[in-house]
Design a protein around this ligand. Sequence first.
Ligand SMILES: C[C@H](OP(=O)(O)O)C(=O)O
Ligand SMILES: [Mg+2]
Length: 283
Amino acid sequence: MPSPANVPQKLSTVEDYKEFLDKYDTFMLDCDGKKLVFVTNNSTLSRANYVKKFEKLGIQASEKDIFSSAFATAVYLRNILNFPSDKRVFVIGESGIVDELKDVGIESTGAADDSGAVMTHADFGSIEQDPTIGAVVCGFDININYIKLAKAFKYLSNPDQKVHFILTNNDTTFPAPNGIYPGTGSLVQPLITALGREPLVMGKPNKPMLDCFFSNYHTDPARTCMVGDRLDTDIDFGAQGNIATLMVLTGVSTEQEAMDPEQPIKPTYIIPSFGEFAKVEKA
Ligand SMILES: C[C@H](OP(=O)(O)O)C(=O)O
Ligand SMILES: [Mg+2]
């Protein structure tokens, strides 16, 4: 029985699950028979590396089934900004960004070179302006450090040319096996504060990722459902795309947050875990 408007419908019985599955053909999953597209804000892995990760989890997927914030950023630089071939990208982030940029023919620097680098006060003089840097792209970087922030600040302050400032995502936290930890949005806030400049953010729930998704996958919005664990990224992303949303309770946001009358972002459905649907096959 559908819930009143704007009150999430809790799915809890096999009947509920069957009725839900009959309604949709495309499921957008935040990584973590139908058509499954993995839509992730996690930019640390390339789509090729996600395919390998899924294989280890027993999930068959190909690169075209994976839509990541790193891939969306590379597509945006290449197709929307027509990034000049004589420019490079300075990356605060991991191999996912570097590999996806390389895949669209864009050279990058920073990520691996400065990880582990220890800066001393004597080093400030060695940070030079670099006219080949046409963009700074920031994603989750487990080895973020002062030298990366100092170089990014220098390049983004270049008085002689506009340098694009792009975040793959701005999740404040992300779930790890034993709890949640600071995410990209928290790691790069020092740079945003120092610059007094807001970056363009690609990942969910932001419009660039949505536009890139629907231009990549011509799904029927009426039979597409965004599945995720975060109200402020996954569910908001689906809501902005006018598609149904299913919130799983295995990640960051809680049922209490979703059911709170003050909560402006409401999932269409709530389910304890995506694994519940396995019960349908056994029924
Ligand atoms: C950042 C990443 O995003 P997601 O895969 O949930 O979109 C995560 O929350 O682990
Ligand atoms: Mg998630």
